[in-house]
Design a protein around this ligand. Structure first.
Ligand code: NCD
Ligand code: ZN
Length: 350
């Protein structure tokens, strides 16, 4: 059995870092294991303009530990008022890498998101022209659509029409959670890709709902039934260049998750690489881990593969779960994958 593996340093193509103290506390977990990360813009208030992105990037850079070299990749939060000229300027200046669609009301801090997709067509037109990726939270928000069906309905009602209207727009279907999501991306050419989270490879909806309600397994899109998890695992471990890692690590203080209206998000970045190695080993595809974590993403985003590397080592004994993150406001719980994890990151040359 393989018990050591060296891969190019990973990138995280979907990450929530927040700001203030939480940013300072969680960022080192990312910067020690990832060279770059796409930082999601759903702050309060959101990161909407080129200037907002520059300000947020400055705040992130000030929090990077001196011993780490990490590059935050900035994303704009799309609103119906977003200016195509501002988006273009941010992209051409190299300050902004992509634009993110949050359907209004779909998830945490998405109130300022988009209600009417046609209103954003002028922005998409410009993005298509300049080759700027469009990142999509792919869930409809209609009250009458069951929450477990929202991703599949989004594909039919929204994604297929957008793809038809903008055939050469680069689209990332973020954090896919369904077999339909996998099949849709597989049916497209290479200008459609998808991120897959660590937790959706490990848990199905039972983790959230069996034995009492388990708020630390609640995230959006919600984990689905087992057949979907299996489809995600097959896609992630296949090596197909259209699938790459976006952890969607989304820290929330425990008191806000363990509440009568608990918020969505799982903080998984502290143990993501170890868990992924375990998953790829279970799928007998460890040789494809590097594609998922380090090669396919840069290819889609036209960026170089990181020259730094990471070594993962397997022990006979399962590794302990990393400690929760302490802040002055409370703790942030680390994702428990509910399975033994024998792998750990043993070295990086950052
Ligand atoms: C994210 C968050 O907390 O910002 N939550 C989540 O469950 N994934 C928002 C998101 O990506 O939908
Ligand atoms: Zn997210």
């Amino acid at each position: 059995m393989l018990n050591q593996l060296t891969i190019a340093m990973p990138d995280d193509w979907h990450l929530h870092l927040r700001n203030g103290e939480v940013l300072e506390k969680v960022l080192p977990y990312t910067s020690r294991h990832f060279q770059r990360a796409i930082v999601m813009p759903n702050l309060q208030p959101p990161v909407i303009t080129h200037q907002d992105a520059l300000n947020y990037k400055k705040e992130i850079c000030a929090a990077i530990p001196a011993e780490h070299s990490f590059e935050p990749l900035m994303v704009l939060y799309l609103t119906e008022q977003t200016s195509p000229a501002d988006v273009k300027q941010g992209f051409l200046a190299g300050d902004v890498i992509a634009v993110k669609l949050y359907p209004a009301g779909a998830t945490t801090n998405s109130d300022a998101g988009v209600k009417d997709l046609e209103k954003i067509y002028p922005v998409l037109e410009v993005m298509q022209e300049i080759g700027m990726p469009f990142l999509v939270h792919g869930e409809v928000v209609d009250k009458e659509v069951d929450i477990f069906d929202r991703e599949a309905v989004f594909i039919d009602q929204k994604l297929i029409p957008i793809r038809a209207k903008f055939p050469s727009l680069k689209i990332v279907f973020e954090h896919i959670t369904t077999r339909e999501g996998v099949q849709y991306v597989q049916s497209c050419t290479e200008n459609t890709a998808a991120t897959i989270t660590t937790h959706h490879l490990v848990i199905n909806r039972n983790a959230m709902l069996v034995g009492g309600i388990q708020p630390h397994y609640y995230c959006l899109p919600v984990a689905k039934r087992e057949l979907h998890r299996l489809a995600l695992r097959a896609a992630a471990t296949s090596g197909d260049q259209r699938f790459f890692l976006g952890t969607d690590s989304a820290p929330h203080l425990t008191q806000f998750k363990q509440s009568a209206c608990g918020c969505a998000g799982i903080f998984n970045v502290a143990n993501t690489l170890a868990i992924l190695a375990q998953v790829f080993e279970q799928e007998q595809n460890l040789e494809n881990l590097e594609k998922f974590t380090s090669l396919n993403g840069p290819k889609f985003y036209n960026l170089p593969v990181n020259s730094q590397s990471m070594t993962l080592t397997r022990s006979d004994q399962p590794q302990p779960l990393p400690a929760d993150v302490a802040t002055t406001q409370g703790e942030i719980k680390v994702f428990d994958p509910i399975m033994p994890v024998h792998w750990q990151v043993s070295a990086t040359n950052i």
